[in-house]
Design a protein. Structure first.
Length: 169
């Protein structure tokens, strides 16, 4: 214990400056909120579907919930049921085992339905495109409104894609 205290006294505590408030992300916040309210008049509810991804895209989607991006404050929330969703956010190539579940989620979502394919695998099939267990990209199964390329796409690109989908409707 004393060794640890001595080490703290010698080295000090590491600290980093706070991120600049002038980041590109903060300039888009107000516009995203306005687009969502113009489309729905309330919060945007998203049902995220993992159709067979490597979870890289899911990690970036989880980063949207951290205090820096604060998507709940923008009027965007994730829901557990497609019946409460305005948008389906699909990651990964559509595997044979997830095809029926994804179609059922799409059918359960109320109109107007927005579908966003997030990540290279959801857009094109990615490195899994030639696999025997994959049906193909999301667009081969569902009508996709917006595709967000990247492996994985950063959180800012995910938010831009969500905003583009809201503007499209």
């Amino acid at each position: 214990m004393w060794q640890l205290i001595r080490q703290f006294a010698r080295t000090g505590f590491p600290d980093e400056p706070a991120p600049s408030a002038e980041d590109a992300w903060h300039h888009e916040e107000r516009q995203i909120r306005q687009d969502i309210l113009a489309l729905l008049g309330r919060a945007l509810c998203i049902r995220q579907i993992d159709a067979g991804s490597c979870n890289g895209c899911e990690l970036e989607i989880h980063a949207l919930n951290n205090p820096y991006y604060n998507i709940e404050g923008l009027g965007i929330k994730f829901v557990a049921s497609p019946r409460h969703a305005d948008m389906l956010l699909v990651t990964g190539p559509v595997t044979l085992n997830m095809r029926a579940a994804m179609l059922a989620a799409y059918d359960a979502a109320p109109a107007p339905k927005l579908v966003v394919a997030a990540g290279e695998c959801a857009c094109t099939g990615g490195i899994f495109a030639e696999s025997y267990a994959v049906c193909g990209p999301v667009s081969s199964i569902l009508p996709v409104d917006v595709m967000i390329p990247g492996c994985p796409p950063p959180p800012v690109d995910l938010l831009r894609g969500i905003r583009t989908a809201c503007r499209a409707r």
